[in-house]
Design a protein. Structure first.
Length: 427
């Protein structure tokens, strides 16, 4: 959590830090706080907060809102809130059978959403990215017509990414594709900062940041199964509402794990494996609120975990990969076999990494009810600690939009974490 700076640093750095601190405080307050409350919460002087708020309002990041009615004497102070008419993030996704774009404003609201369903495998990378570029340009123009300023774009792809280059995407047939350069060739996108990441990683971030990483429902041995849910409340480290009397997490969360498991509620809520089920299968691993990428940034290729060593040949060249039994095409043939294969692969992950929560997204989310029993059966059978700390299994809150929502949030998060850079950009 941000705190008022006491380290002697350059004046510009102090201002940048304090701008971020004020914006963070407002963004994480349940009710619109007054300037005086922000000053008291941050430890900054009222004069400093007032000057910083003026800059954030002028830069299109904050707005002042009418205070709630007051019964006592005196005039109530105006509240502060994030604006819905300023910067926005452009989230893009290219997958095997669709292209997608969405625009999300600073408050996290989806303002525009465009999806085109078409098989991308026959198209070469240049054609597919050109089509996505046209979709992105349409989304940007629609956003600007609403008074939004697109701050940047992030692209989700089903493959291994390094430095903006898609090194390999087996299900698309891509290798060493410079996706950033291709998108910047679209005139309407040429001036935008653009980043590229794995779609499962971005979906996991979307689930963490947008949906709160909430966990609901557990699976373990019947004797130790607990019925309590952990609601998707805000992180207790965030700034509370000026009117908050107590933590909603502390008052309403029940123990999804036995005390012997040693997992705190924060760890349970902010540590999970997100599994994206499309034609291919990817995973994003979040540990204590941070995305784990691996040494080279290529972790999460759960679709190529072997579940049946002498099984079906895979596009990657191996045999028996999870994708061949639980990818979207295999799923259409046999849901129960897909559930069993998922349970086998997920059991290995839980045994290896002690992951407390598994979130099923992509094509798995709409049919979670059909898959759940088969996956749970394998988890109970194979997870060594299932009798001590039941594994939480749930459907993704963002459904099939998780990757592009997570991509858009990357851009919005950048503005919220460094408002000084945004103010320089628009000044």
């Amino acid at each position: 959590m941000l705190a008022a700076s006491t380290t002697p640093v350059r004046q510009a750095s102090v201002r940048a830090h304090n701008l971020a601190l004020v914006l963070h405080t407002v963004a994480n307050s349940t009710d619109p706080p007054s300037r005086a409350w922000v000053a008291g919460s941050t430890g900054l002087t009222r004069a400093t907060v007032s000057a910083l708020v003026d800059d954030l309002v002028a830069g299109g990041l904050l707005i002042e809102v009418d205070p709630p009615p007051r019964t006592g004497a005196g005039r109530p102070a105006a509240g502060l809130a994030l604006t819905s008419a300023g910067p926005a993030g452009l989230g893009l996704e290219i997958n095997v059978d669709y292209l997608a774009a969405c625009v999300v404003d600073l408050t996290g609201a989806v303002r525009h959403r465009h999806v085109e369903h078409a098989d991308q495998r026959p198209a070469d990378p240049a054609q597919a990215l050109a089509a996505l570029g046209r979709l992105a340009a349409t989304a940007r123009l629609a956003a600007e017509a609403d008074g939004l300023i697109v701050a940047g774009a992030a692209l989700a792809v089903p493959g291994l990414v390094a430095g903006g280059v898609v090194r390999v995407a087996p299900n698309l047939g891509w290798q060493d594709v410079d996706a950033v350069a291709a998108l910047r060739a679209v005139p309407e996108l040429a001036d935008l900062p653009i980043t590229v990441d794995n779609e499962a990683n971005l979906a996991a971030l979307g689930e963490l940041r947008v949906a709160g990483g909430a966990a609901a429902g557990t699976v373990g041995h019947p004797a130790s199964h607990t019925s309590g849910d952990i609601p998707g409340a805000a992180d207790p480290s965030t700034v509370p509402s000026p009117s908050a009397a107590s933590s909603p997490v502390a008052s309403s969360a029940s123990a999804a794990f036995s005390p012997s498991g040693g997992a705190s509620r924060r760890e349970v809520r902010n540590s999970f494996l997100y599994v994206s089920g499309e034609i291919g299968i990817g995973a994003g691993l979040v540990l204590d609120g941070e995305l784990y990428r691996g040494v080279r940034g290529w972790s999460g290729e759960i679709g190529h975990v072997t579940v049946y060593p002498d099984g079906r040949p895979c596009r990657c060249g191996a045999r028996g990969c999870l994708e061949q039994y639980a990818g979207q095409e295999a799923l259409a043939r046999d849901e129960q076999l897909a559930a069993a294969a998922l349970g086998i692969a997920l059991s290995a992950v839980v045994n290896l990494l002690d992951v407390p929560v598994i979130v099923l997204g992509g094509a798995y989310a709409p049919i979670f009810g059909s898959l759940r029993a088969g996956i749970e059966a394998e988890l109970r059978r194979r997870v060594l600690t299932a009798g001590l700390a039941p594994v939480t299994l749930r459907a993704a809150a963002l459904g099939t939009d998780a990757a592009m929502r997570g991509a858009a949030d990357v851009i919005i998060r950048g503005v919220r974490e460094d408002p000084a850079a945004w103010l320089r950009r628009v000044s």
